[in-house]
Ligand binder design. Sequence first.
Ligand code: CS2
Ligand code: MG
Length: 405
Amino acid sequence: MKIAEIKVFVSCPGRNFVTVKVLTDTGVYGLGDATVNGREMSVVAYLEEHVVPCLIGRNAHDIEDIWQYLYKGAYWRKGPITMAAIAAIDMALWDIKGKAANLPVYQLLGGKSRKGVTLYAHANGENIADTLDKAEGLIEQGFKVIRLQSAVPGLKVTYGVLGDKKDYFELQGNRPLPPEEEWSTQKYFNMIVDLFEQARERFGYTVDFVHDVHSRLTPIESAKLGQMLEKYNLLFLEDASMAENQDNYKLIRQKTSTPLAIGETYNTIWDCKDLIQNQLIDYIRTAATHAGGITALRRIADYASIYNVKTAPHGAPDLSPVCFAAHMHLNIWAPNFGIQEFVGFGNEQLQKLFKHDYRVENGMAYMSDAPGLGIEFDEDAATEYPYKRSYLPVSRLEDGTLWNW
Ligand code: CS2
Ligand code: MG
């Protein structure tokens, strides 16, 4: 079965997505996600100019060799652009292999390790009461784990909070230049403990909470936050400090028993090797799209399982339904799967482009048993939503210092 053609689609059903379609000489084709939020066209160029010409004519079944060829064969390795390009090809080849075998991809990984995939949903509010009202709605829908993010009094905009936008698509989809947002750790510290104090008062300890710090604290601030939140028994604190310096987590880990999650910005196993082997984290959040695909995430999951680290794949609105499908197969298989971030199946435009039969019930997602990844892409409908440049925000401290968004 030879690779006959590779198509790269950029569409903007509310926000930009890059979808790859690998077609074989037998008519079987596979899909992959190559979306890097705010840098989509870099991946398109990397794929079309540097990857596609090398793959035409290769055996579509040689997933591992093609992965190694695209990773080691490129002298300039790693990084989000390179790894998203590799990821999309890899996901598509797993999709093809599953279709050729008439099996869902999870069967090729080793079958099911659980009935369904536990999800966590997002409760974002303009203030603590609003956030907890949103959380209550999600708990009523059956979610057992909720991410709590609340606006910080004194800051015009806070990560994750929709403001006057109706959803993430409206929030993220139309930023022709990077919006600048302000950050104050002091203002954040003045409200964050109250958020979880009031959450526990209102909901007790029958549900779990996670919180995304989004890399905004120094290690000692993260340690302090972890200590302040210990009594609220979070499932995890995410991106407590900058991910590039894995040593940050040696300090944080010594100071707090609040479980730690990191990984959505990591692109290879090397980025998280030290954190995993030194058990400095509890959840690894690498995403199939940004860390090299199913082949790569399988390796990371196996490595993490040796060190009591669970998987908690990134599932933000900028990861397409194709990435969600890839995660579903990994999540149902991985013996050390922890939890999957879930922001819904998107708006009606996105649902028009991507068809699947995954279903969500009571805070759990259930598999499609369709062969391959179990997802379809309507390339004609995609032409109705042309690419529209849009950036992620930039963050500055109140004195103007550039900071982590
Ligand atoms: C966030 C993401 O969901 C999360 O954990 O960190 O929403 C992140 O901000 C986006 O993926 C950036 O594109
Ligand atoms: Mg995050």
